[in-house]
Design a protein around this ligand. Structure first.
Ligand code: ZN
Length: 198
């Protein structure tokens, strides 16, 4: 066997199975963000990509490998899937949390949004979300409406050429419920759970 040829068996021999999540944790080299780094044909790459290729074949052009389990060092083939960059951004957990944060800020600052669509300028949203630019606000609104197609909508509100433009933003009650339930689930800190278990 040539030294530069890596195999799935070889990679798997360097993993530990997390029985609870089913994740196969890679015990070799990780990058600074905690993603596994594995060489394939002499080239170092993301472990998720290498394992995907060895398990399922080439990654289609324009697609990225995503961890369904959100565990960066996981190389369990069934936990990997390909997504377009846009889909990937929608599913990344950290981004999901940021989106939830933004929606919560909206609800806290403008509680009336839970009753009827909110009229707001992009400049006000930029300040609220600390976006840095109007273009970023637009991008975030777009991603939000893609992430919650049935529950988050926005539309430019045409009121006789008002300047600056006003937007109507609506959040469906089901999304508001989802976010407040999420808070309730988080209320028990990990340390308390540990005490209970101990
Ligand atoms: Zn996993």
């Amino acid at each position: 066997m040539g030294r530069k040829t890596n195999s799935l068996d070889n990679i798997m021999s360097n993993t530990i199975r997390d029985n609870e999540s089913g994740c196969l944790l890679y015990m070799g080299r990780l990058d600074e963000d905690g993603y596994s780094r594995i060489s394939l044909q002499g080239k170092m790459g993301l472990g998720s990509q290498v394992v995907f290729k060895l398990s399922y074949g080439a990654i289609p052009e324009g697609y990225q490998v995503d961890h369904i389990c959100h565990v960066r060092r996981c190389v369990e083939p069934s936990h990997l899937r390909v997504l377009t960059h846009r889909q990937n951004v929608i599913h990344i957990k950290a981004y999901m949390e940021k989106r939830h944060q933004r929606i919560k800020q909206l609800i806290e600052t403008y509680p009336q949004i839970s009753q009827c669509p909110l009229l707001i300028t992009l400049a006000d949203l930029e300040a609220l979300w600390d976006c840095g630019s109007i273009a970023n606000v637009k991008e975030r609104l777009l991603t939000m409406s893609r992430a919650y197609p049935e529950e988050f909508f926005y539309e430019r509100f045409e009121a006789g050429g008002s300047k600056p433009a006003v937007y109507a933003i609506g959040i469906h009650a089901s999304l508001i419920d989802k976010l407040s339930n999420e808070d309730a689930l988080r209320e028990t800190p990990v340390e308390d759970i540990m005490t209970l278990v101990a």
